[in-house]
Design a protein around this ligand. Structure first.
Ligand code: DGJ
Length: 740
């Protein structure tokens, strides 16, 4: 970027305008006479601070009336604009007025935590509703973080029916949208669809982020963008409750994308003097395809979202005993598991569900966060001492927002759940949801967790959440406030985790929601890593991890190696393949290692050692998908260290084919001038992984330029007469530059 300021006041077609500039992108906002905020440009930058340079066109007659804004790209459409497009704001004033008119009161350009920030403050001239739109510019990340603050400066309450975090208006074109969809066991499937006239909505109404869809999107001109090429506008909402993303193709093919808290069942009573702040919408632009967009977002997450304490630290290799022992968590078998885990090189031993209250199955115990005396007759300390004595940290599972009716907590406080007095609650996994909008609920759960963490040496918490919200009633609140529960509950959860983090700053926290149901930039501001999916089967997992990795950084993505036949799919991938897939993010082991053979344990030890060798590159490097597992077999992903001296290539072939030629993957992100040498990550080859670089076909040393131009053969040719078709092949290659 040139020396031009990140935010400058300018003009565009005679209108007051603001130009926001990042390293490679620019956002031009201008104000119409009637107060509508136009997004004249959002995309590749240019070395100019003249607004008109971004919209060179002949002068037009100025409209003499409030011309309709449909088809005009707006940054914050409101119900009250002369427009029929999907708005970000809709309110009802005490006198029955349901339209908002915004007039700019002031603009302010300041540094906020080191980031140039533009705040445009509007006011409805009649109704004294103040609307502040904030744009924080992250110059190095090519990202603008947006949020909206409403303030009732009038004397009567305002009923807010919707307030979204912002709109992205793009000029007429043919677009496609990329989103993440799925369900339990199949989260984060990267899906693309052409945007046709009308609306495409992706959302959660389940009360939490959800497994079905994720608050991340990318937009590209239809057919233009691939993994590494083409323009991509992307966004992610920092919110773990109900959310919506609406992509609306307008009548002139312009695109209006609005993002924010879902207006479904939303209603906010904004009393005089009160304010409401939306979650942040992080939006960015890349002209390096979906992969470029992902890398920008990853860097932003690491530098500006993740809790500072563990941002830079390498995530430990963990063992989790859930699939080994389920609810049967007892001291001696756990110590046996811990011994084997430690011998493999595991650094963090985690006990999952089943250690507390009367928790012998999913029918009882949630809500009672006290150690079960029958399972731990000498207290939890006995197991923690053993785990620490083996040189590992200790972690524990909790599900604080949930309660079983068969629990002391529920028996004492049956009214603490979401409910409507005259409706039967819907049970999911025999549990109900505690209403964290209530202060007393938060205080109780916080105190229980505090006691647990104060009384035990616990380094890690896996925070689970296993059901969506139904009958989301809050009968003890004033009627006009009851629907605020959707938002206030999420704020309550954030509040409790935030307080725990402040009191226990070294704690590492993993967000889990029945698998991967809670990954978003809101929860990632409070937790360090995410349990990606309960489906740990390696082939399925390739797709899940591929999608996840387009939105969230590798250091947040936890993957376990589990047993075969897989508990979810029944398929049997070899152990080496399972390790190689799990190494894509934060490596964990989740099988019943008491039943693993000596060979398996030795293979595991070698793989854990190999992972530790490549871990800094995977967790702290940049990610490039070389071949997409959804479309290609073999597929491959590459990570490049920040200094570009080291790279790891991971390749997978689920099903071989007779006569298949060796595919090449052209590497990315290397320094063209450097030489790179292939380095052995293991001390001996894994017995059930096939040697994948056929002798003589792959160089053991090459230049960055050639590796990026000619590429690496991923797997050997399958000769036409070969009856072994090469199923379940995988390979992890580490290349390092010996150059100074
Ligand atoms: C769902 C999680 O995704 C699993 O990993 C495990 O923790 C179970 N809950 C325990 O109930």
């Amino acid at each position: 970027m040139s020396d031009l300021p990140a935010i400058a006041r300018t003009s565009c077609e005679g209108r007051t305008a603001w130009l926001l500039r990042t390293r490679r992108a620019a956002m031009l906002l201008s104000l119409r006479e009637d107060g509508a905020l136009i997004l004249d440009h959002w995309g590749a930058g240019g070395a100019s601070e003249r607004g008109d340079d971004y919209l060179p066109r002949p002068p037009r007659n100025r409209p003499s009336h409030r011309a309709f804004l449909d088809g005009v790209p707006l940054a914050f459409p409101v119900h009250g604009d002369p427009s029929f497009k999907e708005p970000c704001l809709a309110v009802m004033f005490a006198d029955g007025t349901r339209t908002v008119r915004l007039a700019l009161r002031d603009d302010e350009i300041v540094e906020r935590d080191g980031h140039p920030t533009l705040t445009l403050t509007f006011e409805d001239p009649v109704q004294q509703l103040v609307v502040s739109l904030r744009f924080e510019v992250f110059v190095e990340h090519d990202v603008v973080r947006r949020s909206v603050r409403l303030e009732n400066a009038g004397a009567a309450p305002v009923r807010v029916e919707r307030v979204l975090s912002g709109a992205i208006g793009l000029p007429p074109d043919r677009y496609e949208a990329w989103t993440l969809h799925g369900q339990w066991g199949a989260e984060y499937h990267l899906t693309s669809r052409p945007l046709a006239p009308g609306k495409f909505v992706t959302e959660s109404r389940r009360g939490f982020t959800s497994q079905e869809a994720n608050p991340w999107f990318a937009i590209s001109p239809a057919g233009e963008s691939t993994e590494e090429h083409g323009r991509v506008w992307f966004g992610a909402l920092a919110w773990s409750g109900n959310w919506t993303i609406v992509c609306e193709v307008e009548r002139n093919d312009a695109l209006n994308v609005v993002v924010g808290v879902n207006p479904f069942d939303f209603d906010w009573h904004l009393a005089p003097g009160e304010s409401f702040e939306t979650p942040a919408l992080v939006c960015g632009f890349s002209d390096e395809g979906l992969g470029g967009a992902a890398r920008l977002l990853h860097r932003f997450e690491v530098d500006a979202v993740l809790p500072a304490r563990h941002r830079e630290t390498l995530r430990p290799v963990l063992y989790n005993s859930w699939e080994a022992t389920h609810f049967d968590v007892r001291v001696l078998p756990q110590v046996e598991l811990a011994r084997r885990a430690a011998a493999m090189g595991v650094e963090l031993f985690v006990i999952d569900d089943g250690w507390f209250g009367a928790r012998d199955s999913d029918t009882a115990g949630l809500g009672d966060w006290v150690v079960n005396p029958r399972k731990f007759p000498n207290g939890l300390g006995e197991l923690i001492d053993a785990v620490n004595g083996l040189g590992m940290q200790f972690g524990i599972w909790v599900e604080p927002e949930m309660v079983n009716p068969d629990s002391d907590l529920y028996r004492a406080h049956p009214d603490w759940i979401f409910h409507f007095p005259n409706r039967e609650p819907t049970f999911v996994r025999n549990q109900l949801v505690l209403n964290f909008a209530r202060e007393d609920v938060r205080a109780n759960i916080l105190e229980q967790l505090r006691r647990l963490l104060r009384e035990h040496r616990i380094d890690f918490v896996k925070w689970d959440h296993n059901r969506p919200y139904t009958e989301a009633g809050w009968p003890s609140a004033a009627l006009e406030r009851q629907r605020e529960v959707w938002v206030r509950h999420v704020w309550g959860v954030y509040d409790v985790i935030g307080k725990l983090r402040r009191e226990f700053p070294d704690l590492l926290i993993e967000s889990c929601a029945g698998g991967g149901g809670r990954a978003d930039l809101g929860i990632l501001a409070l937790t360090d890593q995410i349990w990606t999916s309960d489906n740990t089967e390696a082939a399925d997992r390739l797709l899940i991890q591929y999608g996840y990795s387009h939105a969230y950084a590798a250091r947040t993505m936890v993957n376990w190696v589990t047993d075969v036949p897989n508990q979810q799919t029944g398929r049997e991938a070899p152990l080496g393949f399972r390790f190689d897939v799990a190494m894509q993010g934060v490596l964990g082991i989740g099988g019943n290692i008491l039943e693993w053979s000596a060979d398996d344990l030795e293979l595991a030890r070698l793989n854990v050692a190999a992972y530790k060798r490549i871990r800094p590159i995977v967790q702290q490097g940049e990610q490039f998908w070389l071949a997409d597992p959804g479309r290609e077999d073999p597929c491959a992903v590459q990570y490049v260290s920040p200094d570009r001296r080291s790279t790891v290539v991971m390749a997978y072939q689920v099903r071989g084919r007779v006569g298949r030629g060796a595919r090449r993957a052209r590497l990315r992100g290397l320094d063209p001038a450097r030489r790179y040498r292939r380095v052995d990550t293991t001390t001996s080859p894994a017995p059930d992984t096939t040697a994948v670089v056929a002798p003589g076909t792959a160089p053991v040393e090459s230049t960055g330029a050639v590796l990026m131009a000619a590429g690496l053969p991923l797997f050997a040719e399958q000769p036409p007469d070969d009856r072994h078709t090469g199923d379940w092949l995988s390979d992890i290659q580490l290349w390092e530059s010996p150059d100074p």
